[in-house]
Design a binder for this molecule. Structure first.
Ligand code: PLP
Length: 427
């Protein structure tokens, strides 16, 4: 990890050109790599030397960008994946197997909730979901002898709950289990979960990191702090010989700093192939170069929009942890003193009908399921993603019919507020 500030890391980490080399990260658009002798290549297959042989497992462009993200998060190793879904699956499946159990926050992203509760359940991996607001005692009670990972999101998408990272880490560590935190919404510019005790950090780089809605991607960063060998009985995949690599013991051979990512690359990437295209890694890096400039503007716009909505008579309530009085205001200030992200949600008085009219009249804010890029967008779940539910079901699910999620982009806040004002007037 370098000593530079996060601002400098966004721009410079991960790649240092050699004399006369390209200033920008080169896109290594090659599936395969050439060696002079079979012995040279054999050493790679034995994990005796590091290097590249096939882009299904590893590519130099991806590794430069992953090294930047690892440096930004303050971790020891990182990898890119084809999507945020792949990142969370790999992070969990790297230490879980049939018969394992996961404790996860209940307010996580819907895709991750399905991954854990449906797809991983089919693989024989059980889960217990806990409220992010649960007391330490309640969190302890969710653990079982076969619990292998604890999971949460710094700021949950779309619930916007804020994770008390220190509390979750304390409980996970008391059970000899690592805490995995999905840090997609704040990005390492606004929060670095490893500094608060998280062991593994994941990202959907599709969101703010890319920041322009250009490329789907994911990332995993290891803090290097979790002592796998001290819990060897729980993590045989890291602490006992891997038969598919001539009996290598990852935790012994690569140490706490590199074992997790090496295993995820050489086993999971080899077998599942969820690699990010080098071209996408290049786009991702362009986004990272301005992330520290963009995040403060996303926060500024969201704060202005939240304050405007809060004072508007057509709005029932506003959910944004930057607003004093929000349930998560204090915990958000602790972990994200410079603000969290650009996503705000609010409920319109007048339910479904009001939301329909409001959405129809928006001019600047586009209707999209996406969040967290340069262009402002809005979503009314009742008339789109959740349209199969009736009003009563929606209320029970915590997404009332009049709820709107707004992802504040990088436009001028005066124009965003004017757009909202005219759409609210139309109701
Ligand atoms: C979008 C998102 C994901 C999934 O990422 P994809 O890149 O869409 O696969 C995971 N976690 C969070 C918090 C997200 O917002």
């Amino acid at each position: 990890m370098s000593d530079y500030s996060i601002n400098t890391k966004c721009v410079q980490s991960g790649y240092t050109p050699e004399n006369g080399g390209p200033r920008q990260i080169p896109i290594i658009q090659s599936t395969t790599f050439k060696y002079d002798t079979s012995e040279d290549m054999g050493r790679l297959f034995d994990l005796e030397a590091s290097g590249y042989f096939y882009t299904r497992l590893q590519n130099p462009t991806n590794d430069m960008v992953a090294a930047k993200i690892a440096d930004m998060e303050g971790g020891t190793a990182g990898m890119l994946t084809s999507s945020g879904q792949a990142a969370n699956f790999f992070a969990l499946f790297n230490i879980c197997e049939a018969g394992s159990h996961i404790v996860a926050s209940s307010t996580i992203y819907g895709g991750t909730f399905n991954l854990i509760s449906v797809t991983m359940a089919k693989m024989g991996i059980e889960a217990t979901f806990v409220s992010p607001d649960a007391t330490e005692e309640e969190l302890h009670a969710a653990f079982k002898d076969n619990t292998r990972a604890m999971f949460g999101e710094t700021i949950a998408n779309p619930a916007l709950t804020v994770l008390d990272i220190e509390k979750f880490a304390r409980v996970a560590h008391a059970h000899g289990v690592p805490l995995i935190v999905d840090n997609t919404f704040p990005t390492p510019v606004n929060c670095r979960p490893i500094e608060w005790g998280a062991d593994i950090v994941t990202h959907s780089t599709t969101k703010y990191m890319d920041g322009h809605g250009a490329a789907v991607g994911g990332a995993i960063v290891d803090s290097g702090r979790f002592d796998w060998m001290a819990h060897a009985d729980k993590y045989p995949g890291l602490c006992t010989p891997d038969d598919s690599y001539h009996g290598i013991v990852y935790a012994e051979k690569f140490g706490n700093g590199a074992a997790f990512i090496t295993k995820a690359t050489s086993q999971l990437m080899r077998d599942f192939g969820s690699i990010q295209a080098p071209q996408n890694a290049f786009y991702l890096n362009l986004g990272l170069e301005s992330l520290h400039v963009r995040m403060p503007r996303h926060v500024e716009n969201a704060m202005a929009v939240a304050e405007f909505l809060q004072s508007h008579p057509a709005v029932e309530y506003v959910n944004y942890s930057g607003l004093p009085g929000n349930k998560y205001y204090e915990v958000a200030r602790k972990y994200m003193p410079n603000g969290g992200c650009g996503v705000v949600s609010f409920e319109l008085k007048g339910g479904r009908k009001a939301a329909e009219t409001f959405m129809k009249h928006l001019k600047l804010a586009a209707i999209e399921t996406h969040v967290a890029d340069a262009r402002t967008c809005c979503l009314n779940p009742a008339t789109s993603t959740h349209r199969q539910m009736n009003d009563e079901q929606l209320r029970q699910a915590g997404v009332p019919a009049g709820l709107v999620r707004m992802s504040c982009g990088l436009e001028d806040k005066k124009d965003l507020i004017a757009d909202l004002a005219q759409a609210l007037d139309a109701i």
